[in-house]
Design a binder for this molecule. Structure first.
Ligand SMILES: Nc1ncnc2c1ncn2[C@@H]1O[C@H](COP(=O)(O)OP(=O)(O)O)[C@@H](O)[C@H]1O
Ligand SMILES: [Mg+2]
Length: 225
């Protein structure tokens, strides 16, 4: 579980304080499907970056599986992130010129894990997102919807506890958006992976069990039972 306590983020711009959000507290559990929503520029990506330890909050703190070390905190969070969080982005962020398989294995290359151990897992996750037959294709030949499915497979490769998806359907048409959302829903329900999903889509908000509405001083959390 990731526990967020009283998190705030602001910037000082030309001597005045610009608040993105204040006093934000919530939990991310493996059973959760959480939506983060709000106008462009309100701080949705910044919130994901803070929770992943890529940016610092202005105040507040975060506890990861019961731990919130004072010393070597950056090291602790980056190893927590590598092990437990998969990421999906609006622009897919695949490496062109590499095969589908190599793109899916990227997190394994980066963390220096033993590659052969993950080959079978790569085929398994590609099968899960319906892209197994493209394993040796160059990602450049794929459509947007297919690229995002490869990005989902890559996010799953190391069996994370959570997937953070930052506007993953913003560059997709309606049919592909719905497919990506339904795969994320399936991952949440079948594999017990907590999803944190940045979106403007009302239909996604409808089936999230928690919605984080960000709007500087009016930030609030809607929880459904
Ligand atoms: N280093 C910085 N200094 C000042 N403002 C910043 C800095 N980094 C980001 N911002 C501002 O923070 C706001 C939130 O950005 P972001 O989290 O990307 O918003 P969203 O994802 O909701 O569109 C933006 O208005 C951006 O300009
Ligand atoms: Mg953003």
């Amino acid at each position: 579980m990731i526990e967020i306590f009283n998190l705030s983020k602001y910037y000082i711009i030309n001597g005045s304080k610009k608040v993105l959000f204040e006093g934000l507290s919530f939990e991310i559990k493996e059973s959760d499907f959480i939506s983060v929503t709000g106008e462009s520029g309100c701080g949705k990506t910044t919130l994901l970056k803070i929770i992943s330890g890529i940016e610092y909050p202005s105040s507040g703190y975060i506890v990861y599986d019961g731990f919130s070390p004072k010393f070597f905190r950056d090291f602790f969070i980056s190893s927590f992130r590598n092990k437990n969080i998969g990421f999906v982005f609006q622009t897919f962020e695949l490496l062109e010129g590499l095969t589908v398989l190599d793109n899916v294995l990227l997190p394994v290359y980066i963390s220096g894990d033993f590659i052969p151990k993950y080959r079978e897992r790569a085929i398994e996750v590609l099968n899960y997102v319906g892209m197994k037959e493209y394993v040796n294709s160059d990602v450049r030949i794929l459509s947007g919807g297919q690229k995002q499915r490869i990005a989902l497979a890559r996010a799953l490769i190391k069996s994370p506890k959570y997937i953070f998806a930052d506007e993953p359907t913003a560059n997709l048409d309606e049919k592909n958006s719905l497919e990506i959302i339904s795969i994320l829903e399936k991952i949440n329900k079948e594999q017990n992976v907590g999803i944190v999903f940045v979106t403007h889509r009302q239909d996604v908000l409808d089936y999230s069990n928690k919605i984080i509405h960000i709007s500087n001083s009016k930030t609030y959390i809607e929880e459904k039972k």
